[in-house]
Design a binder for this molecule. Structure first.
Ligand code: IMP
Ligand code: MG
Length: 183
C-alpha cells in the first residue's frame, strides 16, 4: 500500500502481525475473566480507537462500548501533567465492570486520574488494558492489569498513537525520525 508517512518513520517497533497476534491473546484472556459479567469496554480517546476496535472483536463476550476523551499533551511529546475531560461518558457506570482501554501507559497521569474518576462514578471494578506500557517513565503508582507490549523510552506513533494529531492511521507502531520533531 502507498503511504505518505512511511518516509517519516525511523524504525518499526511492533509490526502488524505482532499486534494481531498479541490482541488475539488479550481478547482470549479478557474472555476468561469477563464472560457472563457483561463488562463495559471503555476506550480512552483519541489514542485507543484503533486498538479498541480490534480488541472488542477479539473478545466475544456480551458487552457494550463507551468512550471518554481526555487531553493532557497539548501537542508536545511530554505530558503537561494535567488531565482534562474533553468528552465525558454518556451513560451510568454504577455497578459496572469496566475494561478501560488505553493506547499507552506512560507517566500514569491519565490512568491515575481516570481510575479515581470511574470509582467516584460508582464502577464495580476497573481493569486496565493498555496496548503499550512504558514503565521507565512512570511517575504515578499505576499498573496495567494487562499490557500488550512493553516499549522503551522512545516516542512512538501509529495504530492510534499520534504526534501532533498525525500518524494515527499508520497500521504498525513506529518511531519517528528526529527531523520530524524539528520541523
Ligand atoms: P500518561 O498520562 O503520561 O500515562 O500518558 C498517557 C497518554 O499520553 C497516552 O494515552 C498517549 O495519548 C500519550 N502518549 C504517551 N506516550 C506517547 C508516545 O510515545 N506516543 C504517542 N502518545 C503518547
Ligand atoms: Mg491516549
Amino acid at each position: 500500500m502507498k503511504s505518505e508517512m512511511e518516509n517519516d518513520i525511523l524504525k518499526v517497533l511492533v509490526t502488524e502481525e505482532e499486534l494481531k497476534g498479541r490482541i488475539t491473546e488479550l481478547g482470549a484472556e479478557l474472555y476468561e475473566r469477563f464472560h457472563g459479567k457483561n463488562p463495559l469496554f471503555l476506550g480512552v480517546l483519541k489514542g485507543s480507537f484503533v486498538f479498541m476496535s480490534d480488541l472488542v472483536r477479539a473478545c466475544q463476550v456480551k458487552s457494550d462500548v463507551e468512550f471518554i476523551a481526555v487531553s493532557s499533551y497539548e501537542n508536545a511529546t511530554t505530558s503537561s501533567g494535567r488531565v482534562k475531560i474533553v468528552h465525558d461518558i454518556q451513560q451510568d457506570i454504577t455497578g459496572r465492570n469496566l475494561i478501560v482501554v488505553e493506547d499507552i501507559l506512560d507517566s500514569g497521569n491519565t490512568l491515575a486520574f481516570l481510575s479515581e474518576y470511574f470509582k467516584t462514578r460508582g464502577a464495580a471494578s476497573i481493569t486496565i488494558v493498555t496496548l503499550l506500557d512504558k514503565p521507565s517513565r512512570r511517575t504515578k503508582a499505576v499498573t496495567a492489569d494487562l499490557a500488550g507490549f512493553v516499549v522503551p523510552d522512545e516516542f512512538v506513533v501509529g495504530y492510534g498513537l499520534d504526534y501532533c494529531q498525525q500518524y494515527r492511521n499508520i497500521p504498525y507502531i513506529g518511531v519517528l525520525k528526529p527531523e520530524v520533531y524539528s520541523r
